[in-house]
Design a binder for this molecule. Sequence first.
Ligand code: BES
Ligand code: MN
Ligand code: ZN
Length: 495
Amino acid sequence: MKYSIKTGSPEKINVDCVAVVIWNKGALSDEAQHIDSVSNKSISKITRTQDFTGKLGETQLIYNATGVKSKRVLLVGGGNSKNLSSKNAVKILQAGLKAVNRLSMSTVHFALGNIAVKDRSAIWFASRVSQEAETSSYRYNETKSKKSKALTVKAISLSPAKGGRRKALELALKQGAAIGKGINRARYLGNLPGNICTPTFLAKKATDLANKHRSISTKILSEKQMLRLGMGSLLSVSAGSAEEAKLIVVEYKGAAASSKPHVLVGKGVTFDTGGISLKGGAGMDEMKFDMCGAASVMGTMATIAELKIPLNVVGIIGAVENMPGSKATKPGDVVTSMSGKTIEVLNTDAEGRLVLCDALTYAERFKPRSVIDIATLTGAAVATFGSHVNALLSNDDALADSLVKCGEQCLDRAWQLPMWDEYQSLLNSNFADIANIGGPRAGTITAACFLSRFAEKYKWAHLDIAGSAWHSGAQKGATGRPVALLVEYLRSQKA
Ligand code: BES
Ligand code: MN
Ligand code: ZN
């Protein structure tokens, strides 16, 4: 998709469709007013009928308005024009894009230059236009013999905000598109079935990323290499699987070699049967999404390479398949992690933390400024937050605060749960240094407590995305979260 800033009166812009906002009770935005006055009241004729009232998200097409160059005018309901929230601004964009994506045409102009979003800049809005344009055009086609109809829109332009600097707005359009593409990348990987998206497949995709971007290099560790490093915990998860586990290390260099990196660690369980502690059958297909943490790391790495952010960032993905089998780890087995700590595996379905703990120990070698792990770790996170929030736990309050702020800014929100010492004793084991489950209560917190034992040497935050990473039901599919949050966080860091 091509994005640009186009100045001039909306009726004079030569595109296949020009979109304008109508506020509640049919109040015309400045741009709508312009079009209305040159086109013999083509818009107010409609709003006067009350057929279209400007309710948030409503859309209506007008064809062949006189005096308007564009063949179509799309009215998008904006709701209340006062104190327009960022969330509602996004809803306006999504409604407009949904209508546009249904049509057969190649160029669209969003005449939304005078929209003022509360607490957000015109730059934020421009970036969001292209981000939403990208994510609205995502379609899953990978394993369908009949592909969905290709979208025809090739170019989207935007009116500049009053006083907005053209160059800065154009840059924002580019950046938003890069974020949208990163989100789509994560959705693509998340949605692929477990028989295609294996650890080896993820490793291949990471290598492809390095081939595409000169600033990225990839290292793939085999099971043999992980064994040599002592990653007995990670390897215990893949013991029952025919698929070989991989540790995928993706390094992005955007700053001097001496600049310490931020590290992202992704849970990449390409399918989670639960292992010997086998899950129930209902809905088990959704455990193909158990690599969405890894997918978000891949999407984020792709985006920051596009954005050329001036930081060094390392992505580490523990990619495994969790299966029962004659060689599978059994409840009660004790394994030794790379840190040297021994772990009693009381439940083989609490496998994510067994993978992450060795990846977290591996992260130490980068002397990281911060480490964030991203994992579909606990059903308890879904029970606590539903699908709207990323659960956040951290050993550093400043890091947690900045993630909450960044989440608010990009609307990919996180909310912090406590990790007080009182919870740690739930992980006591009679037979090892630590048990891999803390009992039925406070599951998201005890999972994070487990991880914290392996993250003592740096500032660390944990995002449990079990609720946010995918939708169930009719809209079943990966959301691409929390790519936006991770990109926002990295962009907010000083070089
Ligand atoms: N991948 C699951 C977590 C999960 C479950 C995410 C349902 C989304 C929906 C994880 O590996 C798991 O099985 N966790 C267990 C841990 C328990 C055994 C302590 C859980 O949450 O039930
Ligand atoms: Mn599990
Ligand atoms: Zn899992």
